[in-house]
Structure formats: C-alpha cells, structure tokens
Design a protein around this ligand. Structure first.
Ligand SMILES: O=P([O-])([O-])O[C@@H]1[C@@H](O)[C@H](O)[C@@H](O)[C@H](O)[C@@H]1O
Ligand SMILES: [Mg+2]
Length: 285
C-alpha cells in the first residue's frame, strides 16, 4: 500500500532545517523582544517570521485549503486552535524563545503532523546544536540517522527528571510548581534539569539522557512533535493525573517507562491551565 505521509515527513525535515538556519542567522543580530500573556512570555519578529516561512512552504507544497495549521504565533494572533480530523500541521517555530533572546543554546523548531486527530510524525530541529530529531508513527525515532531509545532506568532514585516553571508567575502557581519540584528532588532523584524548551526536553527523554519530563502550562505546539519522538523511542506519555495523554490539555508527563511516570505523578501538585481548544470567546488573554 502506498505510504501517504512519507513525502510530507521528508519535506517537514527539510523545512525544519531551513527554519533553523533562519533562526541561527537572526541570533547574530540584535533581537527585538515583545511579550504575550505575561511580561516574561517573550516573542520576537523571528518567531513570527519563521512561522510564516514554515506555513508558507507547507501551503506551497500541499496546496492552500487542503491542510490545516495550528501555529503558536498564529494562535497568539487570534487564529483558532482546534484539532479536527483534517490533516493538520502543529508548529512551534521557535521553541525556547527566551533562550533565543538570551543566547542560551537550546532553541528548537518543532513541526508535528496529525490526521484524524492521530499524530503521524514529529520533527524537532535543535538548531543551535544542529541536531535533527524525528519520528514517524510505527517507524522508530532518530537523531540525525542514529536510532533513539529511552533510558532503561526503573528506579526513580537513579533518575534525572526535567521540568520547567513556564511563564505564569502567579504566586499560587509558582508555589505549586516549586513544591512539586522540591518533593521530586527529595525522593531523592539524581537531579532536576530543564533546557527551557519542551521540545528539546522531550528529545532528551527519547535519547535516554533523562528519565522524564513533565510540565503544566505547555501548549500543543510545544509537545506534539516530541510526543511522537518519545513514543517511537519506547517511552510513555500520560496526563499529570495519571489518565491518558491529552494533546490539548496543556499538561503532560513523558517518561522512559510507566513506573517512573507514575512515581512522578504521585508528587505533582496540579493546577488549572485552560485547554488549548477552549472556546476562543471564553479564553483569558
Ligand atoms: O514559548 P516557547 O519558547 O515556544 O515555549 C516554551 C516551552 O517550550 C517551555 O516548556 C515552557 O516552560 C516555556 O514557558 C515556553 O512556553
Ligand atoms: Mg514552545
């Protein structure tokens, strides 16, 4: 049977690599910074420009109107964020915008593709490291051409766990985030880390460098590509309450195995985070 999405997958890798080159070039000049949901939720002209380049390339390749697009900056500018059964590209043009602004060396282009609400493939280009992570559903995960496999650690005491504090600085949420991190650190685990980009964090899980990454407050575009890469590297994805992974819920645990995932879930202090697909008119800015 003809493979319907191989051409799209190969093209996505090409587009991600080209987008990464634009980001690297932009990093050489002064970066003008604006903000979105809070004073620490940064966005730059490069985020917007790179998203336009990616979506423009995909529309040119696959035709206007045949595919749908969910892009971080398009949604920030009012476009809807509803995943339908139609072929849909889920794009974070610059994952790790704060890192990009500061020159902290983890910045990723994240491109995922879903059909009938099922993620078919994910591509994450860590452009300052020049590492191309990619995976197709059922066909394994790779970094460049090296196969990826999650860590085989099952003892939480021998793990490194990644989490992020996000951009919400409300005291009650910050308190829960750090109380969760404190409880996990004092299990004890070997260490806590964070790259500043969800996509890169998920690639670190898939490559076996860490055992798990969890976060409440991320968006579908941060994690869609990483979800395919972690799964295809042998990892697991769950909701922070132990239920099934829900791409639009703005929360998730990705881990090398269920033992580690469920041990972390015991410590997570959950707080509300409005779904990505919440009706726009009700969405808080
Ligand atoms: O905004 P962005 O750099 O694309 O995405 C980032 C996420 O990848 C990260 O996990 C989160 O903690 C940051 O707050 C930010 O949302
Ligand atoms: Mg992001």
């Amino acid at each position: 049977m003809e493979d319907p999405w191989q051409e799209a997958y190969d093209f996505a890798v090409e587009v991600a690599r080209g987008a990464g080159a634009v980001i690297r070039k932009a990093a050489e000049s002064e970066i003008k910074v604006s903000t979105k949901s809070s004073t620490v939720d940064l966005v730059t002209k490069t985020d917007e420009r790179v998203e336009k380049i990616i979506i423009g390339s995909l529309k040119e390749q696959f035709g206007e109107g045949t595919h749908c697009f969910i892009g971080e900056e398009s949604v920030a500018n009012g476009e809807s964020c509803n995943l339908t059964d139609k072929p849909t590209w889920i794009i974070d043009p610059v994952d790790g915008t704060t890192n990009f602004v500061h020159g902290f060396p983890f910045v990723a282009v994240s491109i995922a593709f879903a059909v009938n609400k099922q993620l078919e493939f994910g591509v994450i280009y860590s452009c300052l490291e020049d590492k191309m992570y990619r995976a197709r559903r059922g066909k394994g995960a790779f970094c460049d051409d090296e196969p990826l496999a999650v860590s085989d650690v099952a003892d939480i005491h021998k793990s490194i766990i990644i989490s992020e504090h996000g951009t919400d600085r409300s005291p009650e949420k910050v308190k829960k985030i750090f109380s969760t991190m404190q409880k996990i650190l004092c299990i004890p685990v070997h260490g806590l880390r964070g790259s500043g980009t969800a996509a890169t964090n998920m690639c670190l899980v898939a490559s076996g460098a860490v055992e798990a990454f969890f976060e409440i407050g991320i968006h579908c575009w941060d994690i869609a590509a990483g979800a395919v890469i972690v799964k295809e590297a042998g990892g697991v994805l769950l909701d922070v309450d132990g239920g099934p992974f829900d791409l639009m819920s703005r929360r998730m645990v990705s881990a090398n195995n269920e033992t580690i995932a469920r041990r972390i879930i015991k410590e997570i202090e959950i707080f509300d985070s409005e779904r990505d697909d919440a009706p726009v008119q009700k969405k808080k800015k």
